[in-house]
Design a protein around this ligand. Structure first.
Ligand code: TYM
Length: 336
């Protein structure tokens, strides 16, 4: 499957709970459209997930569900490498090395660290702090050209680039310096209950998020209840109408229609009508994904085989970079 003429994409999601419409529109949907053009690796980053305490049985189940959601959303597991991070030990090994080329000052500036450490202040562990070095390892292991993510991960991409450039300046061209890819719409989907905060799988308010697995009635109910304003105009104005702007953004990311087209289509219409229309397009987008997920859930042997085969392919590629890095920093080879 590795085509030397194609560039490489790497991206991943944490299997910490059911993924949201934000994860789907910010990342997964773009992954499916990019998959033909690039050699792609899509990882289930279970090692990142344990920076926050997880129940082991739940983590195992969410990891498998996430893998099935990747495939159900349209990622081809034969063309792409879809695998668990913990099945490829090179991630941890490279992360350790990169930790030694990453500064405390850089890590302490990371917004995600600040947010997560204030949210989990009973468990501010070293892994949470050095999380970006592991993320840099994920990306740099595969000589990645492009990383499609939502806006919240942009800062982690910047530090990845800084680490790669720093390492290369000492040892020569070891790592490709990756570019971030943000979709036109959908790169930042906000909470339905507080449109100033991003939609997040860990939100305790179930009405704030749409899950990839929500049924049609739930989706309609959540959109109907979504927080808007009293302007009664379907216009994109993030400053004054963040709730409606978020719904326009969702509609645009799902349908591909531009913001201007959407504003024109709903001119003079009420919020009730618009909310129902947004719910409708989201339901139709998720329906085939949910059906495919159900089918995949019944085919355990098929999923097991994908996990096994893809771990082999990822390990093979990862070892190429890891060996090169080990040699560069001066680790001795095992004598023949
Ligand atoms: P995670 O698991 O939080 O999110 C997975 C992807 O979903 C995007 N995303 C969103 N996009 C738009 N609107 C939202 N409300 C929203 N919420 C989440 C994220 O930007 C991300 O693209 N650190 C990463 C996982 C990771 C990774 C990597 C990503 C680990 N190693 C290497 C890329 C490359 C994370 O926690 O994503």
């Amino acid at each position: 499957m590795i085509n030397m003429n194609k560039k490489t994409i790497f991206s991943g999601m944490q299997p910490s709970g059911v993924i949201t419409l934000g994860n789907y529109l910010g990342a997964l949907k773009n992954w499916t459209t990019l998959q033909d053009e690039y050699n792609c690796l899509y990882c289930i980053v279970d090692m990142h997930a344990i920076t926050v305490r997880q129940d082991p049985a739940t983590l195992r189940k969410s990891s498998r569900n996430l893998l099935m959601q990747y495939i159900a959303s349209g990622l081809n597991p034969e063309e792409n490498i879809i695998y668990y991070q913990s099945h490829v030990p090179a991630h941890a090994e490279l992360a350790w090395i990169l930790n030694c080329y990453t500064y405390m000052g850089e890590l302490s500036r990371m917004t995600q660290f600040k947010e997560k450490s204030s949210k989990h202040n009973e468990n501010i562990n070293a892994g949470l702090f050095t999380y970006p070095a592991l993320m840099a390892a994920d990306i740099l292991l595969f000589q990645t050209d492009v990383v499609p993510v939502g806006i919240d991960q942009k800062q982690h991409l910047e530090i990845t680039r800084d680490i790669a450039i720093r390492f290369n300046s000492i040892y020569g061209d070891v790592f490709k310096v990756p570019e971030v890819y943000l979709g036109k719409a959908g790169a930042k989907i906000m909470s339905l209950q507080d449109p100033l905060r991003k939609m997040s799988k860990s939100d305790s308010d179930v009405n704030a998020t749409i899950s990839l697995m929500d049924d049609p009635d739930t989706i309609v109910r959540k959109f109907k209840r979504s927080v808007t304003d009293s302007f009664a105009k379907v216009t994109f104005d993030e400053q004054n109408q963040p709730g409606i702007s978020n719904l326009i953004n969702i509609y645009s990311a799902v349908t591909g229609d531009s913001i201007e087209t959407i504003e024109r289509e709903f001119e003079g219409k009420g919020y009730g009508d618009f909310k129902l229309k947004v719910a409708e397009v989201v339901i139709e987008e998720l329906r085939p994904i949910q059906q495919k997920f159900e089918e995949l859930s019944k085919d355990s042997a098929y999923i097991d085989n994908i996990i096994k085969e893809n771990a082999k392919r990822a390990n093979y590629l990862a070892m190429k970079t890891l060996r090169k890095v080990q040699k560069k920093v001066g680790f001795p080879p095992i004598p023949k």
